[in-house]
Design a protein around this ligand. Structure first.
Ligand code: IMP
Ligand code: MG
Length: 181
């Protein structure tokens, strides 16, 4: 049951804008990633599953797909900065270039943690791809290689993003009023 109905005015990124960004990002990744390596995309669960599935079908080259899941938010809407791995990757990354695919980067803690983790596992080069970037909320320095849209500090849902497991399957991105804990 949705707690709050999304109105047309809440929509921040429409379906056609999503398609435009996905096409552009797929093209950027195809041309940037080393031509002599099989592309490896690592999606960050759960949020990135929708974006990753759109993205991989637009990339004009073969790609291996893996997933990782982190826990930091618990039931909160903001990152705790205390990050753990809930589900690890299955494919080896040693000596490989990888593209980490996120739904949204907020404080940056999750992505910095992931970069360090994958480097420790021996990854050769890590590219960061995120559909959304809440740049103003960054708490740690982070270079993003491929970004769909930079957005203001709204809590957003849809296109894989949830608020307490709600709204993930909306085909667009909408902003919702942040609930006070
Ligand atoms: P960070 O570690 O603060 O950068 O948090 C990144 C993760 O927090 C993302 O992968 C999302 O799962 C979640 N997140 C951050 N902002 C939002 C939002 O506005 N809506 C839904 N999830 C969010
Ligand atoms: Mg995420």
């Amino acid at each position: 049951m949705l707690n709050r109905k999304i109105e047309a005015g809440d929509i921040l990124i429409h379906e056609n804008q999503i398609r435009t960004a996905v096409d552009r990002l797929a093209n950027e990744i195809s041309t940037t990633y080393p031509a002599d390596e099989q592309l490896l995309l690592i999606g960050v669960l759960n949020g990135a599953f929708v974006f990753l599935s759109d993205l991989c079908r637009k990339i004009q080259r073969d790609a291996a797909i893996d997933f990782i899941q982190l826990s930091s938010y618990g039931q909160n809407l903001r990152s705790s900065g205390n990050i753990k791995i809930k589900k690890d990757i299955c494919l080896p990354v040693k000596g490989r270039s990888v593209v980490v695919v996120e739904d949204i980067i907020d404080s940056g803690y999750s992505m910095v943690f992931l970069q360090q983790y994958l480097l420790l596992k021996g990854a050769k080069r890590i590219y960061v791809c995120t559909f959304l970037d809440k740049k103003d909320r960054r708490e740690v320095p982070l270079k993003i290689d491929f970004c769909g849209y930079v957005i203001p500090d709204y809590f957003v849902v849809g296109y894989g993003l949830d608020a307490k497991e709600q709204y993930r399957c909306l085909p667009y991105v909408a902003k919702i009023q942040e609930e006070k804990e």
